[in-house]
Write a protein that binds this ligand. Structure first.
Ligand SMILES: [Zn+2]
Length: 310
């Protein structure tokens, strides 16, 4: 969790981060967030004018609730995050999916250079994204627009996604799912046995980092796995680029930033064969890990209507 105090020019004045409580009660996260916010705001607490909140989704921005949060609430329970915050500080709130917020923050930093259309994609344990179209953040009806990690890249539905759908981009290419794909392919006899990949799987040490390391070491099974992955990545990127016709594509997240050369040299050239339009300029996030924090604050500052909590 990260909390910041911004001025009316969108400059970050003070900032603090804390761990998200991994408990299963709906109030523990809002309470921890409030505590952190009070610490950061200090004596400015009563002069806070508006508040932007970026959160994992899916959410309902109009009601100010997180709809599903298996790690931080009882199964099937919503987290009425904004109701808790409002009890302590009764001001206007803006509530967004973290990737939508990040897209807005990244666009805001570039709008002075004439950027009107921007796609933001993060490739980390999951795949998320957000889109600004002609200066407007795409939010959808209750704030879950541009969930690009869940576009279908494989109609056979070989891999199931954590969201319950099948064939989704995230189910193949996110940090949490690369090893799952490897396991499935090994079990189905589609990757060679007696390889480093199989050994790591048997020893239960197969994670995304290990998969990349084995690929860089030219392990036979890992090379075959990555031949598939490169096309899955390229298909996902191309699908998003084709849909939104943006000038800039910002890509962040630990998997991308940790393996930038791999993406630039081995994935991006493959995008072309799927493209309808020119490839946008590809850039890294200006605000890094703080992109959602900046974006939430800037949405509140600008009064982005679709994100306002009723
Ligand atoms: Zn999904």
């Amino acid at each position: 969790m990260r909390v910041g105090v911004f001025d009316r020019e969108g400059r970050l004045l003070r900032f603090k981060s804390g761990r998200t409580p991994q408990t299963n009660t709906s109030e523990s996260v809002p309470m921890a967030l409030l505590e952190l916010a009070r610490e950061v705001a200090g004596q400015d607490w009563s002069s806070i004018w508006r508040c932007g909140v970026a959160s994992i989704g899916p959410l309902d921005s109009k009601r100010g609730v997180i709809l599903k949060a298996p790690n931080i609430a009882e199964k099937g329970r919503e987290i009425p995050l904004l109701a808790y915050l409002r009890e302590e500080l009764d001001i206007d709130y803006y509530f967004l999916n973290d990737c939508n917020a990040a897209a807005y923050g990244e666009w805001w930093s570039r709008k002075g250079d004439g950027v009107r259309n921007l796609i933001y994609i993060t490739i980390s344990s999951g795949i998320g994204g957000g889109v600004v179209d002609n200066g407007h953040l795409i939010l959808g009806k209750i704030g879950n627009g541009a969930e690009i990690g869940h576009i279908v890249i494989d109609a056979s539905g070989y891999m199931d996604c954590g969201c319950g759908g099948r064939g989704h981009w995230e189910a193949y290419c996110s940090g949490a799912n690369i090893p799952r794909l490897a396991e499935r392919l090994l079990k189905d006899g589609r990757l060679e046995r007696e390889t480093g990949l199989e050994k790591a799987y048997v020893e239960k040490s197969l994670d995304a980092k290990m998969c990349f390391e084995l690929y860089y070491a030219r392990d036979r099974a890992a090379v075959k796995l990555f031949e598939l992955l490169k096309d899955f990545y390229a298909a996902g990127f191309a699908g998003v680029i084709n849909a939104f016709d943006a000038e800039v594509l910002v890509i962040g997240g630990a998997i991308y930033l940790g393996h930038e050369a791999f993406f630039q040299l081995e994935v991006f050239p493959r995008i072309d064969k799927f493209l309808l339009l020119d490839k946008p300029r590809i850039a890294k996030p200006v605000h890094g890990d703080l992109a959602p924090l900046y974006g939430a604050a800037l949405c509140a500052l600008d009064g982005v209507e679709g994100a306002r909590v009723r």
